[in-house]
Design a protein around this ligand. Structure first.
Ligand code: SF4
Ligand code: SF4
Length: 375
């Protein structure tokens, strides 16, 4: 199979954050120290080489950028300060934009105007929906469900979840097509995809491969964050009828306990990451793409405005509660629209998906008695 060279690739990647590509002289130190590199999936040196040579097709087929959890050990040991960890991060951004068939991911990664514009458009759309369609504003007491009937909010939740799931799954399907191209021509029995589903679920929920890095505290924080996301998703989508009520539940009620847990986790982990990026002490936080900031700030504000709505409701401030509720959704909805199919949350889906697909491929190779050789 012929290999096409794209001389523009390194320039394209620079816009995604890969600034030190030429500094690398291919010594291989980074691969030697990487705790996650394996014989079957060797990185990061090989991937940086693809980038230097402009081998775009090889890069698109490579699962390795998704197997890096950005511990930063390679960047600390690189004799040329080529920052391989950040190069792998830039490649994940680039690949996300390449999997996305709408082209929006690329625009959002490369243009602040597009990102801010899309946030504004979606946010103003939410504001317009409430302006024209909100229910009566009871001012004697807080009646959030009269102002924003839970059945309508729930319907909006499910419509949004359907659209975003479709976009994410269709992009994930394109990723599958890229990384499962097999030049050895091995046929993969469909049963293997089913047998390995537990790999997908376990890695999707725990991202446990990260624990093999020498910085397990970051994995624990990430795990907490995932539990926070999942808990909040369940509360505001699946169990919204029990979560958004006008009745003040006792402190020990499951929806309050879980809501406080998810909010505390989201606030703590995002604030911690923001401070770390400002200090630039940790290797992984020395370089920040504008989209990294946007993600953290939006997630922090979503959690903050959510808890402020709750406090205002407990305090018995009707109008403030209604206005803050709209502001909360004007932040939360655009964040989900941007991040789930086109940004950071897509990364969260692509990592376990690649681990799962690599496991399926490995088993197919084992069954065919052909060693799974790295591309
Ligand atoms: S990134 Fe640094 S450590 Fe890795 S191969 Fe290049 S020069 Fe060597
Ligand atoms: S950041 Fe960590 S996991 Fe990623 S390539 Fe470097 S050493 Fe490996």
């Amino acid at each position: 199979m012929s290999t096409r060279v794209n001389p523009e690739l390194r320039h394209e990647l620079r816009e995604f954050g890969a600034e030190d590509v030429d500094a690398c002289f291919n010594c291989g130190n980074c691969t030697a120290v990487c705790p996650l590199s394996r014989d079957s999936t060797v990185f990061p040196r090989k991937i940086i080489r693809y980038l230097q040579l402009g081998l775009k097709d090889k890069l698109l087929q490579s699962p390795e950028p998704w197997l890096c959890y950005y511990c930063g050990e390679c960047s600390e040991t690189c004799p040329r300060q080529a920052n391989p960890g950040e190069l792998m991060m830039a490649m994940r951004r680039y690949l996300t934009s390449q999997y996305d068939w709408t082209g929006l991911s690329k625009r959002l990664y490369l243009s602040k105007a597009w990102e801010i514009g899309m946030l504004l458009v979606v946010g103003l759309f939410i504001a317009a929906l409430f302006y024209f369609l909100h229910g009566p504003m009871v001012t004697e007491r807080v009646e959030l469900n009269t102002f924003a009937p839970v059945v309508w909010v729930e319907l909006g939740d499910w419509i949004m979840a359907g659209i975003l799931s479709f976009l994410l799954l269709s992009n994930a399907y394109r990723m599958y097509r890229f990384v499962m191209r097999d030049e050895d021509g091995i046929r993969i029995p469909p049963a293997l995809y089913i047998q390995e589903l537990t790999t997908l679920i376990v890695h999707g929920l725990t991202q446990k491969r990260w624990s093999e890095c020498e910085t397990p505290t970051r994995w624990v924080k990430h795990l907490l964050l995932v539990f926070g996301y999942v808990t909040m998703f369940l509360l505001v989508v699946v169990f919204l009828r029990w979560f958004q009520t006008d009745e003040i539940h006792p402190l020990w009620h499951p929806t309050r306990v879980l809501g406080y847990f998810a909010t505390a986790v989201l606030l703590y982990v995002t604030a911690d990451a923001i401070v770390s990026r400002l200090r630039k002490r940790e290797e992984i936080h020395k370089h920040s793409h504008p989209t990294d900031w946007m993600f953290l700030i939006l997630l922090f504000l979503t959690a903050l405005t959510g808890i402020v709505v709750h406090i205002l409701r407990l305090g018995g401030f009707p109008l403030s509660t209604y206005y803050m509720y709209v502001i909360h959704l004007m932040i939360a909805v655009p964040m989900l629209v941007i991040e789930v199919p086109f940004g950071k949350w897509a990364h969260l889906a692509y990592r376990p998906l690649v681990i799962y697909l690599m496991r399926v491929k490995e088993r197919a190779h084992e069954a065919a008695a052909v060693p799974a050789v790295a591309a």
